[in-house]
Structures are given as C-alpha cells and as structure tokens.
Design a binder for this molecule. Sequence first.
Ligand code: SF4
Ligand code: SF4
Length: 102
Amino acid sequence: MGLKKEEKYIYKYEACWSDGNNPLLCLNTGDWRTSRPVINNEICNGCGICMTFCPPQCISIKDDYFLINLGFCKGCGICAKECPKKAITMTQEGDYADDCKI
Ligand code: SF4
Ligand code: SF4
C-alpha cells in the first residue's frame, strides 16, 4: 500500500529524489562508512556545492557552517570530489575508533 504524499519522505535529510518508501532510509546507514569527510572551515567558501551533490543530502548548513550528518553519510567522497576549494578531506574511519569508547 502506498504512503500518503505527506508521509513519503520519512527523514528530513533524504533527498526528494530518494525512494522515500524504501525501509533502508530508516536505518542509520552511516554505520557502513569506511571514510569520513571532514570540512576545513578555514578553506570553505560557503558555495554549497557539496550540499547539492551529496546523494543522501546529509549536508546541511547551520550558523554559516556546513555540517555533515554522520548518521547518514555513506563516505562516498562525492562532496570532496566536487568541492571547488578542496576544503573536504576524506579520512579513514578507523582514525575515529576512540569515538566509540564509552
Ligand atoms: S563545496 Fe567546499 S567550499 Fe563549497 S560549501 Fe562545500 S566545503 Fe565549502
Ligand atoms: S561522503 Fe558522500 S554521503 Fe558523505 S557527505 Fe560526502 S557526498 Fe554525502
């Protein structure tokens, strides 16, 4: 059974062209990531190209800074590839293993 129009996009960070009916969009797909994008705000010029190209639309802007929702970022590296200022560096996810310690 199809969802009503207002129910279709179940997560605010997913793009309008994502399949909002797909249950995978409910998962914390950031767990799949092996590389983590890191934005250098000293270099970033605020063009927003990374936000436009990110397939799951998990880059947002807050207080003039671009933020990456790591809960959904897949680590594909497209944002880093498209950034005209080379302000995004893809880093090894293993470098953040300490983040998981309780
Ligand atoms: S594409 Fe690069 S320069 Fe443009 S907003 Fe994103 S990080 Fe900043
Ligand atoms: S690495 Fe891919 S999924 Fe993650 S923020 Fe960049 S474009 Fe989006």
